[in-house]
Design a protein around this ligand. Structure first.
Ligand SMILES: CC(C)(COP(=O)(O)OP(=O)(O)OC[C@H]1O[C@@H](n2cnc3c(N)ncnc32)[C@H](O)[C@@H]1OP(=O)(O)O)[C@@H](O)C(=O)NCCC(=O)NCCS
Length: 158
């Protein structure tokens, strides 16, 4: 009733981190690098409508993503959170202002608020991440979760 996919990437060797297409090799995941990679890039997650709000997304994240990062000794999990609620505010707020409001809890975004609730933090807000998406207008918040079970100094340069 839900699915999540991701790949391990060597973030510093990744030539382009500016869009979902670049980070997933246009969706083919051929940049998956389990030997040198230090970051789990959480590329996709979805729970079937009608089954949302029942804890499936939490399990996909906690077991499938954070659990996998712990198991593999990865430094962190990174995702691009498509700002699904942004289009409704775009005439009033910049994307950065929208994200600030969501982080402060004054606005709720259907995806970003869920991810913040699970312990992620926003590191950047970028445009042209999902070109042509009418809900986000292409904007995404880059979010990360740091694996505190690994030594950050060594894991980061693995
Ligand atoms: C985002 C999505 C994966 C969440 O999955 P879900 O199964 O509905 O989420 P869960 O029921 O597991 O919720 C987990 C927790 O997050 C909280 N949560 C979920 N949505 C939230 C929101 N909009 N704001 C605040 N908290 C939220 C829940 O209350 C729950 O809290 P708890 O476990 O402490 O009680 C799902 O809604 C979805 O598939 N959306 C459409 C696809 C999508 O947006 N994918 C991401 C593309 S970048």
């Amino acid at each position: 009733m839900g699915v999540a996919s991701g790949l391990v990437i060597d973030w510093d060797a990744q030539p382009d981190t500016s869009s979902w297409n670049a980070l997933t090799a246009d969706g083919y995941y051929t940049n998956h690098d389990p030997v040198n990679g230090n970051t789990l890039f959480a590329a996709d997650v979805m729970v079937r409508p009608g089954f949302q709000g029942q804890g499936i997304g939490r399990r996909l994240y906690e077991r499938g993503r954070l659990g996998l990062a712990r198991q593999l000794g990865l430094w962190r999990v990174v995702a691009g959170s498509r700002l699904r609620g942004y289009a409704r505010y775009a005439d009033k707020l910049s994307a950065q202002q929208y994200v600030d409001e969501v982080v402060a809890g004054r606005l709720n975004d259907p995806t970003l608020s869920f991810q913040l609730h699970l312990g992620f933090r926003v590191t950047a807000v970028i445009g042209d991440y999902f070109k042509g998406d009418p809900e986000s207008l292409g904007w995404a918040a880059i979010i990360e979760w740091i694996n505190d079970e690994v030594d950050q100094g060594t894991a980061r340069t693995k």
